[in-house]
Design a protein around this ligand. Structure first.
Ligand code: GTP
Ligand code: SPV
Ligand code: MN
Length: 605
């Protein structure tokens, strides 16, 4: 097969000349093609067959132990001006970046097959969808891209019609981290990735295209490309509200998007539109409409079980590719949070518990969205779904309450810009460190954050029906490091409050950081949680928030020349609110001083 599109053909020829593959395979996306690739991967050891009785058509892939997550320090945005990429990105000039990686691509596919994967991000008939072509020497990437995107002949036809697509070049290379680079050229609509076969580094349709390149295009064209889930929330009366939520990597998007309502909330239903990426456009009525550019899920495995998320658990019992999980004696996949006993760890060694977790903390499943029991009937709708509320949230042991609503759009954008979260195993580096992760886009925004926040603010006048903006935190802990909130299905209780607020049904308590629920307005039927826990979850500690506001101010300063004044003004308003809450603040200071005095040992008399 080949193509009628001259620029695509020319690019493929050029890449083949440079990388020297032994053959070129144009992917059609057919079942036969997929079966042949799986057979090849089984023969080469790239995939291991799992127990066919318990997990039909499921496979395990073990990645190289040094290649288990995204690598933010090796990810670059290569724009002509450094300022365009902003302090939030690693930058390299396009000339230098091309020179550097082209040298690595020289002969990189010798003795290998080069796969050409035409794909479409978004429903194939959607005006909001965008196409790309990934060239790769990894059959594992092909079988994953087939689950994650609309891949093959229909996408190629659309590319030939539109004559516009993102060019993504990928080679697994030699997996040496010193020769690993994930390069983005937004001005050329192209990506070059070498030296990793893992997830977000290698499945170029996902983070590289649908977020980094797409966010750049979205700014030029007046839309938004976001690291958000999209879910429908249907009330017992039958009304459905759609919500988009931005949480950083491994902070709960997949789980919230597939939520199973608690038994004590009969009649409520949750529908998944997307669980990682969301493209937002202004619709005809001035509303924000969302599509999910993806067709499958590359989800976190550990913690997934029948209790935490029955939908996800059921979904991955068949036709699923697992990456870096452990095995039981009868070759079932295993991970922390499941019953049963692992015998082989994620690296293929006999499992001994003194060696730490059996499954890698960032082990993942790849599965078609069609297998999701809560898959929305509107998930494939070309026009997307209208968004009633946007949620920002992170993993915060302290400070951020369970839920608060922002004052207005501008304040909502500030809250998104000031988001912070504890780092997770989704990227290499230290885990559990609080860092700023604006809109959950720190690793994914393809341009300067100051300009990005300005773009967000512009929707204040672009869209006539703006969603309300909320902040949530499922991860508050008590002094013994136990989660105060049960999370998972019980999060529906918080979503219900959000929907009621969107419908104008409830009053709320005004605080300097926004609106917090009155405890009596939360639907807590059938939930056993103490009043003290609830109070702790909803508390706005003025001292902690003064520190937080100061930290956000310092963070905004890093974008000195581009940060919108409106965000500084909004932050100042929050600061003044905290200050004028004087009585409370004075009392908090007094309590803190007393506590400090009591805790300080008196060694010098
Ligand atoms: P990416 O795919 O990396 O973007 O992550 P994600 O945001 O989709 O995160 P995911 O839903 O996969 O959750 C990551 C981890 O957080 C899993 O181990 C979950 O079990 C855990 N988790 C999710 N929701 C909750 C919750 O409400 N409470 C608690 N305590 N843990 C949760
Ligand atoms: C994330 O890290 O946010 C993911 C997984 O969703 S990856 O595709 O590896 O980026
Ligand atoms: Mn993600």
């Amino acid at each position: 097969m080949t193509t009628s599109n001259a620029s695509l053909k020319q690019w493929i020829d050029e890449v083949a000349r440079r990388t020297q593959p032994s053959s070129v395979h144009w992917c059609t996306g057919s079942d036969e093609e997929n079966d042949a690739l799986i057979a090849e991967l089984l023969a080469s050891g790239g995939l291991i067959k799992l127990n066919e009785h318990t997990h039909p058509r499921c496979y395990l892939h073990r990645s190289h132990p040094s290649d288990v997550a995204r690598v933010e320090h090796l990810t670059f945005v290569c724009t002509r001006s450094k300022e365009a990429a902003g302090p939030n990105n690693n930058w390299m000039s396009p000339d230098e970046a091309h020179r550097k990686v082209d040298a690595l691509f020289e002969g990189a596919m010798r003795g290998r097959t080069m796969y050409v994967i035409p794909y479409c991000m978004g429903p194939i008939d959607s005006p909001y969808a965008r196409c790309g072509v990934e060239v790769t020497d990894s059959a594992y990437v092909v079988v994953n891209m087939r689950l994650m995107t609309r891949m093959g002949t229909p996408a190629l036809r659309r590319i030939e019609r539109e004559d516009r697509f993102v060019k993504g070049l990928h080679s697994t290379g030699d997996l040496d981290p010193s020769r690993r680079f994930i390069m983005h050229f937004p001005e050329e609509l192209s990506i070059k990735s070498i030296g990793s076969g893992y997830g977000g580094n290698a499945l170029l349709g996902k983070k590289c295209h649908a977020l980094r390149i797409a966010s750049w295009q979205a700014r030029d064209e007046g839309w938004l490309a976001e690291h958000m889930l999209i879910m429908g929330l249907q009330s017992p009366e039958g009304r459905t509200h759609y919500i988009a939520a931005a949480f950083p990597s491994a902070c709960g998007k997949t789980n919230l998007a597939m939520l199973v309502p608690p038994e004590s909330m009969p009649g409520w239903k949750v529908w998944t539109v997307g669980e990682d990426i969301c493209w937002l456009h202004v619709g005809r009525e001035g509303e924000l409409r969302a599509i999910n550019p993806e067709a499958g899920y590359f989800g976190v495995v550990p913690g997934t079980n029948r209790k935490t998320n029955r939908n996800a658990f059921d979904m991955i019992q068949h036709d699923t590719i697992f990456t870096n999980v452990a095995l039981t004696a009868d070759r079932q996949p295993w991970w922390e949070g499941l019953d049963g006993t692992p015998t082989v760890d994620w690296q293929g060694n006999p499992y001994r518990d003194e060696n730490g977790p059996a499954a890698h903390a960032n082990s993942r499943f790849t599965v078609s969205a069609k297998q999701n029991p809560s898959y929305s009937t509107l998930a494939e709708a070309p026009e997307g779904v209208p968004i009633s509320a946007i949620l920002f949230g992170g993993r915060r042991r302290e400070v951020a309450p369970l839920i608060y609503e922002t004052r207005n759009w501008t304040h909502g954008v500030l809250v998104g810009a000031g988001m912070a979260s504890e780092t997770t195993a989704a990227a290499t580096g230290q885990v559990g460190v609080v860092r700023r992760d604006p809109m959950a886009m720190k690793p994914f925004c393809g341009y300067d954050f100051g300009a990005y926040w300005q773009h967000w603010l512009s929707f204040g006048s672009r869209a006539r029906k703006l969603p309300r903006i909320f902040h949530v935190n499922w991860f508050r802990q008590d002094r013994n490091r136990r989660f105060l909130w049960p999370g998972f299905g019980e999060n529906l209780r918080v979503l219900r409050w959000i929907v009621d607020r969107c419908e104008g049904k409830l009053e709320a308590q005004e605080t300097p950081i926004g609106y917090v629920p009155r405890i009596e307005d939360l639907d807590l039927k059938g939930l056993s949680i103490s009043r003290e826990s609830l109070q702790a979850l909803l508390a706005v500690d003025p001292l902690a928030w003064q520190t937080e506001v100061a930290a956000i101010g310092r963070y905004l300063d890093e974008f000195r020349s581009t940060v919108p004044q409106a965000l500084r003004d909004e932050l100042e308003q929050t600061a003044q609110g905290l200050e004028s809450n004087n009585g409370e603040l004075e009392q908090a200071r007094f309590v803190a001083r007393e506590r400090h005095r009591a805790a300080t040992p008196r060694t010098h008399t």
